[in-house]
Design a protein around this ligand. Structure first.
Ligand code: NAD
Length: 493
């Protein structure tokens, strides 16, 4: 396992410039920005931000790579080989990536080692497999003016894809966007999060090493309001794949509306975890605690609304309090740490404000609510009981380790509370009744429902939500559809 001092040394070797047009550097740039370690509050690195000149050059180079370059001419099997090469390189260096992700994001070491990196490797392998299987369909028709026809479809790459990612799981979410787009033959321009760009910049160097032709992939670090906005406004971008807040998602949708360019929006969530009276309460308490405390609660699918059958309410609250007390908050590189620091001072302030709102709104804080007495952007795992679904802490996305526990009296009421929400990303059910599992899965409005487990991730499974949670799906076949146009060809015989 890589220790903190070694991770800090590795961070110094990560590229700190944009990569586009097949080279690293800037022509003009728009200055630099600092990346801060959320645990020590010290500067980790300073990165060159891409500006108008770099965005313009990246987009036009990507377009030429598609229209006149080696990338546009490359067959699917070769694209698949290159994607498998990225997977191999990422796997070989996954300890290094995991350590850098912990350093940059503040998440405990075991999480990127057990989740983010294996998931990212599997995502590249999954889409490597799709690259030479993008088949069309042969469709019978009733003919044309009395003459027979042959009609078929082909799948073509959407074109230049801008991929914009958030800071909570930068490697994995970048893999979710890059791998399907490259498998489909698109040219990808990644704008990583300014708060945590380390692993995205390193991933770009691996993609270069894997042998992708210039223009197939670029990375443009910079602030969202500058570099990100320039990229989404650029008319040469054919599709924007965005993960982040609904507020920025709205800006993406407005920018994409000019020219009716395609979008995939993966926005936030306020996901219910429903514990029915027939559940295995121990397993449910373990799963619910992971669902709200993993990655410090900075997860789009965080199960922040915990709905519990009234008959077992007190018992479940007690078990969850015990689980929360068992969480070890500390330096991600310390042995035994199970929760790290929030990403930055702004996020700490946001989460603290919601904790105050919980108390002011009349919910009972049964555990946590404070900050450990140490530097860094830490907050205690926090649970509110005796809450209602109309309270601010039950309605707004907190994006921190704060759960709101709400009682219900019947299955119908549980579904009604779950659906009384502006978001619809995911839901978790805990029950031993198979009929109820299917009934409630159908009844709950969410892009994904998990029964007796929290949010299982797999590159084969479509992922995404609706309402304020976004639009479109990533991963699996949905990831290929999202990055291709289906063309119909008809030959009159
Ligand atoms: P954010 O919207 O502030 O930033 C996300 C990305 O967008 C960053 O790269 C940022 O630089 C960029 N950006 C910001 N303003 C931009 C603009 N005007 N034009 C173009 N790009 C711009 O979100 P965040 O604070 O980084 O992430 C937290 C949010 O993301 C939460 O709401 C969370 O739920 C959501 N999220 C969703 C998922 C999902 O899969 N649904 C996954 C992770 C995070």
């Amino acid at each position: 396992m890589i220790v903190r001092a070694e991770a800090e040394r590795l961070a110094l070797k990560v590229p700190t410039e944009p990569y586009y047009a097949g080279r690293w550097g800037v022509t003009r740039g728009v200055g630099t920005f600092d990346v801060v370690d959320p645990v020590t509050e010290r500067r980790l690195m300073t990165v060159q931000a891409a500006g108008p000149a770099e965005v313009d050059s990246a987009v036009s180079f990507a377009r030429s790579a598609l229209d006149d370059g080696a990338w546009g001419r490359m067959d699917g099997a070769t694209r698949g080989r290159l994607l498998n090469r990225v997977a191999d390189l990422l796997e070989e260096r996954s300890e290094e990536f995991a350590a850098l992700e912990s350093l940059d994001v503040g998440k405990p070491g075991f999480e990127p080692r057990a989740i983010d990196l294996p998931q990212s490797v599997r995502t590249f392998r999954h889409f490597a497999g799709w690259a030479d299987k993008l088949e069309g369909r042969s469709i019978p028709t009733s003919g044309y003016m009395g003459r027979p026809t042959v009609s078929y479809t082909v799948r073509e790459p959407v074109g230049v894809v801008a991929a914009i990612t958030p800071w909570n799981s930068p490697t994995m979410i970048a893999a979710w966007k890059i791998a399907p787009a490259l498998a489909a033959g698109c040219a990808v321009i990644l704008k990583p999060p300014e708060e945590a760009p380390l692993t995205s910049l390193l991933l770009a160097s691996l993609i270069e090493e894997a042998g992708f032709p210039p223009g197939a992939f670029s990375v443009l670090p910079g602030r969202g309001s500058v570099t990100g906005q320039l990229l989404i406004d650029h008319p040469g971008v054919d599709k924007i794949s965005f993960t982040g807040s609904p507020e920025t998602g709205y800006k993406v949708a407005v920018a994409a509306a000019k020219g009716f360019r395609r979008i995939t929006l993966e926005l936030g969530g306020k996901s219910p975890q429903i514990v029915f009276a027939d559940a295995d309460l121990d397993a449910a308490a373990d799963g619910v605690a992971v669902g709200i405390f993993a990655n410090q609660g900075e997860v789009c699918a965080a199960g922040s609304r915990i709905l519990v059958a009234r008959a077992f309410y007190d018992e479940v609250v007690e078990r969850l309090v015990t689980r929360a007390r068992g969480v070890k908050v500390g330096d991600p590189f310390d042995e035994g740490t199970t929760m790290g620091a929030l990403i930055n001072a702004r996020q700490l302030e946001r989460v603290s404000r919601y904790i105050e709102a919980g108390v002011a709104g009349g919910a009972r804080c049964v555990v946590g609510g404070g900050r450990p007495g140490r530097p860094g952007y830490f907050v205690e795992p926090t649970l509110f009981a005796d809450a209602t679904n109309s309270m601010t802490i039950a309605r707004e996305e907190i994006f921190g380790p704060v759960g709101t526990i709400i009682p219900f009296d019947s299955e119908e009421e549980a579904v009604a509370i779950a659906n009384d929400c502006d978001y619809a990303l995911s839901a978790t059910l805990w029950t031993s009744d198979v009929g109820r599992a299917h009934r409630v899965s159908r009844g709950v409005k969410a892009g994904a429902v998990a029964v007796n487990g929290w949010s299982p991730l797999d590159p084969s499974l479509p992922w995404g939500g609706f309402k304020l949670s976004g639009q479109g799906r990533e991963l699996g076949w949905a990831g290929i559809e999202a990055n291709t146009e289906e063309k119909t060809v008809t030959i009159v015989l």
